[in-house]
Design a protein around this ligand. Structure first.
Ligand code: THU
Length: 136
């Protein structure tokens, strides 16, 4: 057992429900809030291709719909056997609810993960604080 087992299992279960008939690239994601709640999501593609939604985005939507707004850590699981990292748009979406130190776990099929700080994936991020014009 590792500390990521629960996130891995939730991401894997969500990935099994991915709707990816066009890319055949199912992805699952699971995030934990500071209070310990877990929210998961999968990618949901569309016949109108640009409308597809990434797994991380779906997990974030589930979190927000439940009234939560902070990501303590997030795990992403691609179709395997290797690891994937979140796409650029999802890095920005994660940043909206995270800190530069937030861990992003990129898991492989065995559950082993490469864990990165969000700031490694999205350095010099534009975020909510950037909109505070008194910060200049
Ligand atoms: N995808 C995700 O769900 N998350 C990522 O981090 C990378 C890509 C999805 C989008 C699309 O449905 C499929 O994987 C192929 O790009």
């Amino acid at each position: 057992m590792t500390g990521l087992d629960d996130l891995f299992e939730r991401a894997k279960a969500a990935r099994a429900r991915a709707h990816a008939p066009y890319s055949h690239f199912p992805v699952g994601a699971a995030l934990r809030t500071p209070g310990g709640a877990i929210f998961a999501g999968c990618n949901v593609e569309n016949a109108a291709y640009p409308l597809g939604v990434c797994a991380e985005t779906a997990a974030i939507s589930a979190m927000v719909a439940a009234g939560e707004t902070q990501i303590a850590e997030i795990l992403v699981l691609g179709p395997g056997p290797g690891r994937i990292t979140p796409c650029g748009a999802c890095r920005q979406r994660i940043a909206e609810f995270a800190t530069p130190e937030t861990r992003v776990h990129c898991a492989d099929e065995t559950g082993a993960a490469q864990s990165l700080a969000l700031s490694d994936l999205l350095p010099l991020a534009f975020g909510p604080v950037s909109l505070r014009r008194d910060q200049i």
